[in-house]
Design a protein around this ligand. Structure first.
Ligand SMILES: [Zn+2]
Length: 128
């Protein structure tokens, strides 16, 4: 999917960020046995904070997920991801975070990539 973008292309970067987030959040790939766990635990530019789990142990969690869960008053569902509206992984302001399903999140990014192409390459929407 990113092959359409040149390196350093903003649209490509946003797409890649979210692809990583998408992979890390997909149910099959979640957890320490996931091939993405290691990469994800290095935070990939996301902010992390230490929180005490129900088991009493402190662990690092992604700040934007913790914020979203605080607002929701519950844990994120398996089909839910938190999207950074402006594409900035460190901007965890409430109004920059959008809760969406994995499917909607993917659509959102396809749309963002398409809008970018229209804007920068004058592609017609129906030509995609
Ligand atoms: Zn996203």
């Amino acid at each position: 999917m990113t092959s359409r973008f040149q390196p350093g292309h903003p649209g490509g970067i946003i797409t890649k960020q979210c692809r990583d987030a998408f992979k890390a959040n997909s149910p099959k790939r979640r957890g320490p046995n996931s091939p993405y766990w290691k990469g994800f635990s290095k935070t990939q530019g996301y902010k992390t904070i230490a929180v005490q789990g129900e088991d009493g142990l402190w662990k690092h969690r992604l700040e934007h997920v913790v914020i979203a869960e605080k607002v929701l008053g519950r844990r994120l569902g398996k089909n839910e991801v938190v999207h950074h509206i402006d594409g900035d992984r460190k901007n965890n302001r409430n109004d920059n975070l959008l809760l969406c399903s994995i499917g909607y999140h993917r659509q959102l990014h396809e749309k963002m990539a398409l809008l970018y192409q229209i804007e920068h390459f004058r592609r017609k929407p129906d030509a995609a």
